[in-house]
Design a protein around this ligand. Structure first.
Ligand SMILES: C[S@@+](CC[C@H](N)C(=O)[O-])C[C@H]1O[C@@H](n2cnc3c(N)ncnc32)[C@H](O)[C@@H]1O
Length: 371
């Protein structure tokens, strides 16, 4: 029987994710709000977790129904045969999302749902599974008006936690967002890539993984689907081996520049431990850097005057624009920022302006042809 999946992503990346899901063999792929739904077999769920670069989590809806009151929600949750899904020795957590005027207290809904699961186990076995903040099994319950969908979060920890970040900078960009922006920019393997304010180097790490066709979660070994009773270890091994067989070398010039030696050390450590020793890292000031070699793409998130403050954001962005204009002839440049007023001061005509969110910050991802 086909399994239904709902793969969650960030606003603006749904189309990219739909392509990824299709390429991995998803059937009946449909773009939803910050998500993509599809159908497939158990192995598809493993591939989605391992290989999609723009997914935040892979949900498996298991039951839907009306839940107009708290007691109806309890009944609905209790109607699932939980002991067929996970065993008593596993810990679990409810991730409750509610968009409904009927309910005031989301926390209470989560408690009711937890009780429904615990009571069912206790009635059958005289014992109950424990709750944990770092659970084996993550259960996602989504309520809109009086309609409730119960899903298994097969990923567990969010998929932007790739497992390659041993050290971090002050304001690292989310890995899923970085991968999505690289795809939106149109960057391809072979095109020289520079991040001139690279911080801990997320753009370059994601680009190196794309160029070498390394699965997004190659460095991660823990997923929630491994704790479900239908986990097929042999199938997971086959999926991993198939992904590994696609790997190749990076073969692309990549350079990260930052004025802060501490974050640059973090970037270099992460890259070396991941096996990407061909990425070059240089301590320096963007305003003194002049590109050499064949033109390629510049991509960066400069300080927004949010987590990293600026004395004069308007002047800083104007100087970025001036420097790109004067020294980067023939290159393409892409910048993401939440400082919408300052972006206008770049003084360059954008080829595209894409609305995205970096966490809660409403941002624009803006591309330029420099000539
Ligand atoms: C928002 S952070 C970039 C985060 C990065 N994308 C990551 O994932 O970690 C901005 C970075 O710009 C660097 N920076 C600011 N002004 C700079 C300049 N003039 N030259 C080089 N780097 C600069 C800061 O040190 C900081 O690491």
């Amino acid at each position: 029987m086909a399994i239904q999946y709902v793969v969650k992503t960030l606003f603006g990346l749904e189309g990219l994710l739909a392509h990824e899901v299709q390429a991995l063999g998803g059937k009946q792929v449909k773009v939803e709000n910050r998500a993509v739904s599809c159908q497939g077999d158990l192995a598809l769920g493993y591939r989605l977790n391992l290989e999609t670069r723009t997914a935040l989590s892979v949900l498996r809806p298991i039951k839907s129904g009306h839940a107009p009151t708290e007691s109806k929600l309890y009944d609905l949750v209790r109607s699932v045969y939980w002991d067929r899904i996970f065993t008593l020795d596993k810990t679990f957590l409810i991730d409750m999302v509610c968009y409904s005027d009927r309910f005031r207290n989301t926390h209470f809904l989560a408690l009711k749902s937890k009780d429904a699961i615990v009571d069912q186990f206790r009635d059958r076995y005289g014992k109950r599974p424990s709750i944990s903040k770092d659970p084996d099994i993550k259960i996602n319950i989504f309520i809109r008006d009086d309609w409730c969908t119960i899903s298994l979060d097969t990923s567990g920890a969010t998929l932007f936690k790739r497992g390659y970040r041993y050290k971090r900078g002050t304001a690292p960009i989310n890995e899923v967002l970085a991968a999505g922006l690289l795809k939106l920019s149109g960057w391809k393997k072979g095109v020289p890539l520079v991040d001139p304010m690279c911080g801990s180097g997320t753009f370059l790490m994601e680009a190196a993984m794309m160029a070498s066709k390394k699965a997004a979660q190659s460095f991660r070994s823990d997923f929630s689907f491994m704790k479900l009773t239908d986990y097929d270890e042999q199938m997971w091994r086959v999926v991993k081996e198939a992904a590994r067989a696609k790997e190749c070398s990076v073969e692309t010039a990549m350079l990260g520049i930052d004025k802060d030696q501490r974050v640059l050390d973090a970037a270099q450590t992460n890259a070396m431990r991941a096996g990407y020793d061909s990425i070059k890292w240089r301590r320096g000031d963007f305003f003194k850097w002049k590109p050499t070699g064949p033109p390629g793409m510049i991509i960066f998130n400069p300080p927004y005057d949010e987590r990293i403050g600026l004395d004069d954001a308007i002047l800083f962005y104007k100087q970025i624009g001036d420097h790109l204009k004067q020294h980067c002839n023939g290159w393409k440049a892409w910048i993401i920022s939440s400082h919408l007023k300052a972006i206008k001061q770049l003084g360059l005509r954008p080829i595209r302006r894409i609305p995205v969110f970096n966490g809660p910050l409403d941002c624009r991802f803006v591309g330029f042809d420099l000539y």
